[in-house]
Design a protein around this ligand. Structure first.
Ligand code: AKB
Length: 324
């Protein structure tokens, strides 16, 4: 299927950190009216109101079905999920949204013979027994969080739907995503976003992870690029489907703080590790994403200095306008 044939898109979880930047980009490519913002609890940002907005609760299959029917949807980006920290606070909700929500989306896609579905996974699929450095594509998947186990099951389910029902489901294992429009909600990698807001507003930050806690990360423009590129790639070239390793850069809280200090010399950081540290400790340091590079041409554009420079530039402007 060429890009032009992808005409009617539904994005679930569209008001979240990634969804709120993915929708405008998809609308730029496909036209405002062809991309439906599926929102649940958070009200959509103004920009998301430039095209159709519908209430979609992925835990209620009928609510997904209704929008798919009414808008003649052929492609779903299923971004709704409960992340790692929120998932540990409320594992029952994480099960409901991540397991049953994904199952409902896949079932609607199968029943309505949709062309393509994007189901993101995460580095949370890995666990303490996984090799931590240059984590291989195909390796031990024994996570210790509800989020992680729901993502492993989600990947397996998506791959099952591809094999059993010929449903073209694709997905990547996102690392921590750094962005400046919508705050992430309830993740372990959230410190790498919060640190910028605090650096600009207060010139200091207390980090909930240890200074040497290294994690794989990515800037939002790379995240959006990867999401759209994998959906545009040729099915015939894909050996993997819903479980591509993906990364851009790995760094520690100390390293990002030192990079920030190059722009804001008075910035200080202190460390007060909490429960989130054990989640971070169970995730890889660095990721081998060669399968994504080989099968659909993945390459990131932003390294740590480029991320820090751009984040500070954008957030400084927003701070001057009193938006943050
Ligand atoms: C989280 O920290 O839970 C997420 C993720 C890595 O999937 N950002």
């Amino acid at each position: 299927m060429s890009d032009i044939e992808m005409k009617k898109i539904l994005v679930t979880g569209a008001t979240g950190q990634i969804g709120s930047e993915l929708v405008p980009e998809l609308r730029r490519i496909h036209g405002n009216k062809n991309v439906v913002t599926g929102t649940h609890s958070r009200p959509p940002l103004e920009i998301l109101k430039e095209g159709p907005c519908e209430k979609v609760d992925v835990t209620d299959k009928e609510s997904v079905e209704k929008v798919v029917e009414n808008y003649d949807i052929d492609t779903i980006y299923h971004m709704a999920a409960i992340l790692s920290v929120k998932g540990e606070e409320n594992p029952w909700l994480a099960w409901e949204v991540n397991m049953n929500g994904t199952y409902n989306v896949l079932e609607v896609a199968r029943e309505k013979s949709l062309m393509r579905v994007f189901c993101p996974s995460s580095i949370a699929v890995f666990g303490p027994e996984t090799p931590m450095d240059n984590t291989p594509q195909d390796t031990v998947l024994r996570p210790t969080t509800m989020y992680g186990l729901s993502k492993v099951a989600g990947e397996l389910l998506c791959n099952y739907y591809f094999k059993k029902f010929d449903l073209d489901v694709r997905g990547v294992r996102y690392p921590g995503i750094i962005s400046n429009k919508t705050l992430p909600g309830g993740g372990t990698t959230d410190y790498a976003v919060e640190i910028f807001y605090e650096a600009i507003k207060k010139k200091k930050y207390t980090c909930f992870l240890r200074e040497d806690s290294i994690l794989p990360m990515m800037y939002m423009p790379d995240c959006i690029k990867s999401t759209i590129d994998i959906m545009r790639s040729d099915l015939i070239k894909l050996n993997h489907h819903a479980d591509f390793n993906l990364t851009a850069v790995s760094f520690t809280p100390k390293e990002i703080s030192e990079e920030i200090k190059k722009h804001i010399p008075e910035f200080t950081i202190t460390y007060k590790p909490d429960d989130r540290q054990s989640i971070a400790d169970s995730w890889p340091n660095t990721i081998d994403d060669s399968a994504a590079r080989e099968e659909w041409g993945w390459t990131p554009d932003y390294d740590l200095p480029a991320i820090v420079e751009d984040m500070l530039r954008v957030l400084e402007e927003r701070h001057k306008k009193e938006e943050i």
